[in-house]
Ligand binder design. Structure first.
Ligand SMILES: [Zn+2]
Length: 89
């Protein structure tokens, strides 16, 4: 979790970071908590890699992604919905 109190509050309020978060993608880097590596989660995170590539850079992706998280919340952010729609089941 962020140490900055404003970022911490934003992360909690949007549901972006929390005890249920087990995967994170930054560009081509996929980070998965030990014991949570499933085909479904990997396919979700790989869709985020695709989204990063389509955006053209980490900065470009995060600008759009974080705006969606703040305005729509984690569950309803269009990029999250897209990633869930591409999960292998
Ligand atoms: Zn996601």
């Amino acid at each position: 979790m962020p140490e900055d109190p404003i970022l911490y509050q934003a992360a909690v309020a949007t549901g972006m970071l929390g005890p249920n978060m087990v995967g994170l993608t930054l560009g081509h880097g996929i980070y998965i908590c030990h014991g949570h590596c499933t085909l479904r989660l990997i396919s979700h995170e790989l869709r985020h890699v695709y989204q990063y590539e389509q955006a053209g850079s980490i900065t470009a992706f995060l600008g759009v992604y974080l705006e969606q998280i703040v305005t729509s919340g984690y569950q309803n952010a269009p990029l999250e919905i897209d990633a869930r729609n591409h999960e292998a089941r």
